[in-house]
Design a protein around this ligand. Structure first.
Ligand code: ADP
Ligand code: MG
Length: 714
């Protein structure tokens, strides 16, 4: 007999279960208790520990449900007695308890002991009816860990628990087919699936439950790594045209470069050159700190493609970024860049920018030039992926910002290359901690720019609490004025365009949150800044105006540029030596580091001020101090990972829709690493997972549909 959720839950229940991600028996089996209460001695009502969790057994004396006076809903008062003493327990909005908790029943309650009007009470306890006939509920259970499930609306803990226990007995054998291969399980001494599920839902000992918990991590790590290893193996099968040099544009570029490449740039350049020469497609991730020189590396790779009579495309997530990349390339190439396809010299490089907002006519011409091979390098946004864009011979794709480009988009672009696929270089704007590279990007080969170009940066970072030192803002302004006097520029950043007043739900205090428009006005009225020309830049301004303002700032016609985070990425303003960030606590660590990376770009000493309206004792200052404490982006990325919720890491990545719940990337790094070895062995002998259908099913179930890689045999 096949057991289904329908047999145990009403349509309404199933709706509630679905909200918790449970749509199958397998999901329900993996809906684990949030925690376990360890009963030990049952507590007499007289000795309940305030503030702690207690389990007690008592007889129901009376049950009374009434409407609450001040709030909507009902309150059910249950008076219980343990033979010596009585107490009142309140349940909210559970009026059906009237029929369940009838006087005379002996019930076990478990919950947190609280005080209400001088009396001890339990706060919405879990309860079990000891008298109800249930062969799974034995006196022994009282001495075993007691599962507390996450709340599911409308389904009492007891009912949920009971359904799980019955299903564990009657479910199809298939439900217990283990995704973890037997040899691996034995090797690691992990419980099999059925045992582990029982140890979660029918715990016999804390030790067994803990062993089961380890198992779930291994299972997820194996699923993730098997998927990644398999993808990598597939990439290795994709035929590409080996990009073997015939021209010498890259050599000429290197010769004309006004600086020497860093050792990392050289090494990474060699790694890429090696990959490009293969007849299988490169899939490489390039990452490094802000300012480590990724653009130069990417451009050299593109020049190598061009030297091999191929085209290269660089894909950016936004128009602003695309045009910034275009500008950087233009600057780096200098007179090696051809102004137009028609006016190009022999060893010149024809570079074009393609964005969605381009006039249709220009776009058409560009599409034609691309299709006929008149353009060597194209920089663009998603527009590059539209059906109307065709290439003559696309050899290399550089994708900027891995976070915003899923596997799907990569595939779409690749489809443009016909039978052979182009080589792919994925660039990350920020450094990626090793553990994340290993988990989230493990289908790619990884190249790291480890050091910064000569001398590195000389930036001093200060944190400023205006709550504690309101007068320091004037001091910062004076420093800004001195900066302008030296002919240097300063950025002033705020998180939003328009100011707003927001009420803090906790303190009910109204907080004024400043936007760049008001900030500029305030600065113009500040006496210390009266000699400065102040500009404004934000994303809602027309492109032409943005360009004009930016140029004025670059030339020095503007001393201080008040801006939103539009300036976060790209924009090279060598004369900028001061970065002032208001409401710095509103930004993430990586963002603050990016913003700071905008100054001190030509080696001059620079400063960065992280300003907050909060007191120095506020938790948010930990983050600000971390940023102030180091210029090393790798260190900050690790710190960030350490202090953010683990879920964020997978959540922000291509695994966003996954149901990987147990794996913690940082804490479980060793498991992730070891699981990779198992995955590699598995894929080496059985790339389609034909002999491991349970693992295949599990991967398809827990990884998001769009990235599921193992096709179910139909
Ligand atoms: P990233 O994209 O990694 O943040 P960029 O590629 O924009 O860094 O480089 C930052 C700045 O450093 C640019 O002005 C670039 O021209 C310069 N640069 C890159 N490589 C070197 C190098 N080896 N020596 C000196 N300057 C370099
Ligand atoms: Mg860059």
């Amino acid at each position: 007999m096949s057991a289904r959720l329908d047999d145990y839950f009403t349509a309404r229940d199933r709706g509630a279960l679905k909200k918790r991600g449970i749509t199958s028996v397998a999901d329900l089996f993996r809906f684990f208790p949030r925690r376990f209460l360890i009963p030990g001695e049952k507590t007499p009502l007289g000795g309940l520990p305030l503030g702690e969790t207690a389990i007690l057994q008592a007889e129901v004396i009376s049950v009374d449900t009434r409407r609450m006076q001040k709030r909507r809903g009902t309150i059910t008062d249950v008076v219980v007695h343990d033979g010596r003493q009585s107490m009142k327990i309140a349940f909210f909005n559970q009026r059906w308890l009237d029929n369940k908790l009838v006087p005379g029943l002996t019930v076990v309650f478990a919950g947190k002991v609280e005080e209400y009007r001088g009396q001890l009470t339990l706060n919405s306890p879990t309860w079990l009816n000891r008298d109800e006939h249930d062969e799974k509920w034995t006196p022994e259970d009282l001495n075993s860990p007691f599962p507390v499930y996450p709340r599911v609306k409308g389904i009492a803990q007891t009912r949920l628990w009971k359904a799980v226990k019955v299903l564990l007995d009657v479910a199809d054998p298939e439900e217990f087919e283990d995704p973890i291969p037997a040899t691996m399980r034995e090797h690691l001494d992990l419980p099999d699936l059925r045992t582990a599920l029982n140890d979660m839902h029918r715990p016999r000992s804390a030790e067994a439950t803990n062993r089961a918990k380890q198992r779930w991590k291994w299972e997820e790590a194996l699923a993730l790594q098997t998927e990644l290893v398999s993808r990598k193996a597939d990439y290795a099968q994709l035929e590409a045209t080996p990009l073997l040099k015939v021209g010498d544009r890259c050599e000429r570029f290197d010769r004309d470069l006004p600086f020497a490449l860093t050792p990392s740039q050289v090494t990474v350049g060699e790694e890429i050159a090696h990959d490009l020469g293969q007849n299988t497609a490169m899939h490489r991730l390039l990452h490094g700190d802000v300012g480590s020189g990724k653009t130069v590396v990417a451009l050299r790779a593109m020049l190598k493609a061009v030297d091999s009579d191929s085209q290269a495309a660089m894909l950016a997530p936004t128009e602003v970024l695309a045009s910034q990349h275009f500008d950087s390339i233009e600057r780096l190439l200098g007179d090696q860049m051809a102004l137009s396809p028609l006016l190009s010299g022999d060893d010149q490089v024809r570079v074009a920018l393609l964005t969605g907002s381009m006039p249709a006519r220009e776009r058409k011409q560009l599409a034609l030039d691309l299709a006929t091979g008149q353009i060597d390098i194209v920089v663009g946004t998603h527009a590059l992926m539209s059906d109307s864009t065709m290439f003559d011979e696309l050899g290399l794709i550089v994708v900027d910002e891995q976070h915003r480009f899923g596997v799907e988009q990569r595939e779409a672009l690749r489809a443009k290359a016909g039978t052979r696929v182009p080589h792919t270089l994925v660039m990350s704007a920020t450094p990626i901690p090793r553990t994340v590279a290993m988990t989230v990007f493990a289908d790619l080969d990884v190249s790291t720019l480890k050091e910064m170009p000569a001398g590195g940066k000389d930036i001093t970072t200060h944190t400023v609490s205006l709550a504690d030192h309101p007068q320091w803002l004037g001091r910062v302004h004076e420093l800004l004025a001195q900066t302008a006097d030296r002919g240097e520029g300063g950025f002033v950043v705020a998180p939003r365009i328009e100011s707003s007043d927001v009420e803090d739900p906790e303190t009910e205090k109204v907080e004024h949150r400043i936007g760049v428009e008001e900030l500029k006005e305030k600065m113009e009225n500040a006496e210390e800044l009266s000699s400065l020309t102040i500009g404004l830049l934000h994303g809602k301004m027309p492109t032409a105006e943005k360009d004009r303002i930016m140029k004025d700032f670059v030339t020095g016609a503007i001393d201080a540029l008040v801006a939103t985070t539009v300036i976060e990425v790209g924009v090279d303003v060598p004369r900028a030596t001061m970065m002032i960030i208001h409401e710095a606590e509103r930004f993430g660590i990586a963002q603050l580091h990016q913003l700071r990376g905008r100054v001190g770009r030509d080696g001059r000493p620079a400063s960065c001020f992280l300003i907050s309206n909060r007191p120095e004792t506020d938790e948010s200052f930990d983050r600000l101090r971390a940023v102030a404490g180091t210029l090393d982006g790798f260190e900050l990325a690790e710190y960030d990972l350490d202090n953010r919720g683990e879920g964020d890491v997978l959540g922000a990545s291509q695994w966003g829709g996954s149901s990987l719940h147990h794996l913690a990337i940082l804490r479980d790094a060793a498991i992730v690493e070891a699981a990779r070895e198992y995955a590699e062995k598995i894929i080496a002998v059985d790339p389609g997972l034909r002999s491991l259908p349970a693992l295949r099913r599990f991967i398809n179930r827990v990884l998001p549909a769009e990235s599921a890689h193992f096709i179910e045999a139909s």
